[in-house]
Ligand binder design. Structure first.
Ligand SMILES: [Zn+2]
Ligand SMILES: [Zn+2]
Length: 185
């Protein structure tokens, strides 16, 4: 692996024929903080092609594949989730150029209905930032280790996927609240 672990792309670095990127994704490249909320599993990759377009735009097309480790929202065990997806992004310089005519903007708009536009400053952009955002967006909000995860027993706290603890189902919480009020709990 190169000593430079960043995926920082300088516009001037992209030749007229385009630039192929095939890079391993790791925490430094993705600028992942320790508290990102998930582990990045080894073997994550970004493979894409960069092509320069009109007005210093750059078309990034390809895909990334990554596995992330997340705690199951029911049983809290770590489970792995595949979050790979295609990338199809246009980078545009952030400078608002009022001389760009509407026709040219239309061309960009109509290129693809799944078009994603990102903006860059200072003649460079970081594909690591882009992929990190995409990973965060495709990470499930309520991850499940499996569809039928039985979760933790609310009484004894054991993982019901592994043990049949035999606890009785919880009483209706409204009734137990009432029992508490009556001093019979
Ligand atoms: Zn689970
Ligand atoms: Zn139990």
């Amino acid at each position: 692996m190169s000593a430079d672990t960043r995926l920082l792309i300088e516009l001037a670095q992209i030749p007229p024929e385009g630039l192929e990127i095939d890079a391993e994704l790791d925490r430094p490249r993705l600028h992942l903080e320790e508290d990102a909320g998930f582990d990045l599993r080894p073997g994550a990759r970004l493979a894409c092609r960069l092509e320069r377009g009109e007005g210093d735009s750059v078309h990034v097309k390809g895909r990334f594949d990554a596995g992330v480790g997340l705690a199951c929202s029911r049983c809290l065990e770590r489970a792995e989730f595949a979050v790979g997806q295609p990338l199809d992004v246009f980078y545009l310089p952030r400078i608002v150029d009022r001389t760009v005519d509407a026709e040219e903007e239309d061309d960009v708009e109509l290129t693809d209905h799944d078009l994603v536009v990102a903006y860059y400053d200072g003649g460079r952009f970081d594909l690591g930032e882009l992929v990190r955002e995409q990973i965060v967006l495709s990470t499930p909000m309520k991850p499940l280790c499996r569809e039928d995860c039985r979760g933790l027993c609310p009484q004894c706290g054991q993982n019901r996927n592994h043990v049949d603890c035999g606890c009785q189902p919880a009483a209706d919480p409204r009734l137990s609240g009432l029992a508490g009020l009556l001093g019979t709990k």
